[in-house]
Design a protein around this ligand. Sequence first.
Ligand code: NAP
Length: 255
Amino acid sequence: MTSLQENVKKVLIVTGGGRGIGEAVARLAAAQGYAICVSYVSNRAAAEQVVAAIINGGGSAIAVHADVSVEADVLRLFAEVDARLGRLTALVNNAGILEKQCRVEDMDFERVSRVLAVNVVGSFMCAREAVRRMSTRHGGSGGAIVNISSRASRIGSPNEYVDYAASKAALDTLTLGLAKEVANEGIRVNAVNPGIIYSDIHARGGEPGRVERMKSGIPMQRGGYPDEVARAVLWLLSDQASYTTGSSIDVAGGR
Ligand code: NAP
């Protein structure tokens, strides 16, 4: 089995790669030989710490500030990778937010717009830039995209964040449609749908202890860890998944 990417330097952007699931993806990918760009929006120190650890381990990594909901930032992010790491071969659309838990009837316009701008528009813009570099239509050598969706896309997250769940449903559809669009251009597009994973995101939603509260409702009776998500992501990025596109993997303890 051959792949368009055999013998090509592996270059990966992980949006929001300084913390949580993105950090786990960046570290594992570096250990597997990828040159990594970790993007961040607010926590520069965390991103630089991940980059330093990768470089100290003999890898290659850079940190770039870029708000994925700002088109100019996305363009600059990809241009920096072109200039400093070389042609992109992999993208993990990981950057994502949710807002304070509430019912739909209490959501204001700005909140819903923010969630959709980061989770949906940001992922679309990054995917667009990746395709422009990877597609054989544009002289690229192929590549792989993994979107970090959520089990919420099929649960709906009532009373917590239906806007977030809906944004992840949009990512599922981006995965499906884009996968078909570029399947014959050397690019595979897949998603990972995590369940309830230990990270800072729950505090942002107003409930730092959410994993502990929810875990009895998970068949495996525990929350998941970022590394467990990262392993699925790295499999989808790899040639081991050479015939897998338009798919999603639930990493959710059976939920
Ligand atoms: P997290 O610890 O809160 O990390 C979020 C990351 O996204 C941070 O690195 C943050 O950058 C970055 N980010 C936020 N807004 C951004 C923007 N506008 N532009 C660029 N980067 C931005 O959350 P996490 O749990 O690791 O979440 C990672 C992904 O997994 C998200 O897409 C989330 O929806 C998804 N997910 C998480 C869970 C879970 O239970 N934890 C479950 C399902 C899906 P800074 O570090 O600079 O702030």
